[in-house]
Ligand binder design. Structure first.
Ligand SMILES: [Zn+2]
Length: 177
């Protein structure tokens, strides 16, 4: 009897160009998502956003996995990308990583970071283990990200991830001390 397909498998099959390559003639998806079920919606949205942003470019995921209590996402492209495409892809990745940092990996509820004997996990009150980790920068969900002000100048911005909007809001870094 066939087992029902996992959501990760369905996602890979739905977006083969973003996932599948050939390894000795066999299909192989290095970016096959490896994370808790609570992050399914985050990963699905990430893939949808990147599929839209990079529709005509050879982008492929090389890793989507949980590390240090949050999602870590790596991708590659076989061709150089227009800057606006690359920025849109990076934005989708940053949103997914930020969302994972405040969403329980087990159940998808609002969550925070805990340390359980050195093991970091993002969990809601029900699924928490160990002790809560103090928020970096003294500001909930603050993220330092690379931003672009002009074509060739990279700056560091401080942005706040708004979980309800699933979007970044600029914050003044001076207020986060
Ligand atoms: Zn939970």
């Amino acid at each position: 009897m066939n087992e029902p397909k996992r959501w990760e498998q369905m996602l890979v099959q739905m977006y083969p160009s973003l996932f599948v390559r050939s390894f000795h003639g066999a299909p192989f998806a290095p970016g096959y998502p490896i994370c808790g079920p609570g992050w399914r919606d985050i990963v699905v949205k990430l893939v949808e956003r990147i599929s839209q942003a990079a529709a005509n470019y050879p982008i492929r995921f090389i890793q989507i996995s949980e590390k240090w209590g949050r999602l870590q996402i790596y991708w590659t492209s076989k061709a150089s990308l227009p800057q606006e495409v690359e920025q849109a892809v990076e934005e989708a990745v940053a949103l997914a990583e930020a969302a994972s940092a405040c969403t329980c990996a087990r159940c998808g509820a609002e969550a925070r970071l805990f340390s359980d004997g050195g093991w970091l996990l993002t969990a809601c009150a029900e699924h928490a283990r160990g002790a809560p980790v103090p928020t970096p920068l003294g500001h909930a969900n603050a993220h330092l990200v690379r931003g672009y002000v002009e074509t060739d100048i990279q700056i560091v911005q401080c942005r706040h991830y708004d979980r309800t909007l699933d979007a970044f809001v600029d914050v003044d870094p001076r207020l986060t001390d």
